[in-house]
Design a protein around this ligand. Structure first.
Ligand code: CP
Length: 337
């Protein structure tokens, strides 16, 4: 059966650890021909700086070739509905697109964000699930409703920062922050999953219960914590959450009860600008590492001082996207996979 990388919940912590071990080797010795003669399709329905660059460069560094496709721009728009009469803009169905790409490529990676209209629809992750259903090669999630490649890069950065693979017992705060627009919950879902898988004591800090993550991811975090010996809790108390923290991970997301009704959420969002990560809050921590997946608006999500502090892992985490994705591509499509 084809192994996909759509969510880390399908992978054991030991399997993810093996990818990180290989990523560390590739970081020390980047040019290895593990993808010689292999091709990777990168299908982007949304913009990117880090993901596109790191996958393209990573494939090249391993002797492979990446093809970037943007359906609806320089590639045909794709239909995903089953059994539909295709009389709208889509020129081909995912049933053909995924199978044809499988004839050319050894791996298909997909980025497709929610449409932000109906969470009950977006939470089904239809686009990447359809690619996985119809492709004959592994499918990798480049961010849909979770962001598993970011999880690997984040975990690698934390292991490097603390100088150990054992993060059990670290106090980890995943804090919501203000942003002028409602953003995807993907990275927050992912942070909750990977931090609990690693056995950390995780606090989801957010303005109120309306900013809880989807219950699927709350359940994953709780079950991961039970398995790893960590913990998972929700807090709306900023100072209590930051107190003694070892890691502060910042992300903004739109409140799920307001999905598609974002004007109603705006006053609540605007009233919580004080969730910004700043020096006072970081001063309550145990000299915590700070990170963010990027892109991040400075002095909106975190102050300049926090972004540029010695404990900021933002650039290291972004760099690690390259190394972890190389290890992932090698595992799924490489000659030694
Ligand atoms: N963190 C991340 O995925 O960055 P991009 O959106 O720039 O790819």
């Amino acid at each position: 059966m084809t192994r996909h990388f759509i969510t880390t919940q399908d992978w054991s912590y030991d399997e993810l650890g093996a990818i990180l071990d290989h990523a560390a080797e590739l970081k020390a010795d980047p040019l290895q021909p593990l993808l010689a003669g292999k091709t990777i399709a990168l299908v982007f329905f949304n913009p990117s700086l880090r993901t596109r660059t790191s996958f393209e460069v990573g494939a090249w560094q391993m002797g492979g070739h990446a093809v970037v496709l943007e359906p609806g721009k320089a590639a045909w728009p794709i239909e995903f509905e089953v059994g539909t009469v295709m009389d709208d803009v889509a020129e081909e169905h995912v049933r053909e697109a995924a199978r044809v790409l499988s004839r050319y490529c050894d791996l298909i990676a997909v980025r497709c964000f929610p449409k932000f209209q109906d969470w009950s629809v977006d939470r089904q992750d239809t686009v990447i699930r359809a690619f996985a259903q119809h492709a004959d090669v592994p499918v990798v999630n480049m961010e849909t409703i979770s962001h598993p490649c970011q999880e690997l890069a984040h975990l690698m950065a934390l292991r490097e920062h603390f100088g150990t693979c054992d993060l059990k017992g670290k106090k980890y705060v995943l804090t919501w922050t203000y942003h002028p627009k409602p953003l995807n919950t993907a990275v927050a879902n992912s942070a909750a999953m990977i931090a609990t898988k690693a056995g950390m004591d995780v606090t989801l800090l957010c303005p109120d219960e309306r900013y809880r993550l989807d219950e699927r991811y709350m359940d994953y975090a709780a079950s991961n914590a039970a398995e790893s010996g960590g913990s998972f809790a929700v807090s709306h108390d900023i100072d209590a959450a930051y107190s003694g923290a070892d890691v502060v991970y910042a992300k903004s997301w739109g409140a799920l009860p307001f999905f598609g009704k974002w004007e109603e959420e705006k006053p609540i969002r605007d009233a919580n600008k004080h969730f910004i990560v700043d020096e006072r809050k970081m001063g309550l921590t145990n000299n915590a590492a700070f990170s963010h997946c990027l892109p991040a608006r400075r002095n909106i999500k975190a102050t300049d001082a926090v972004m540029d502090s010695p404990n900021s892992l933002i650039i290291e985490e972004a760099e690690n996207r390259l190394h972890v994705q190389k290890a992932l591509m090698a595992a799924l499509a490489g000659s030694g996979g």
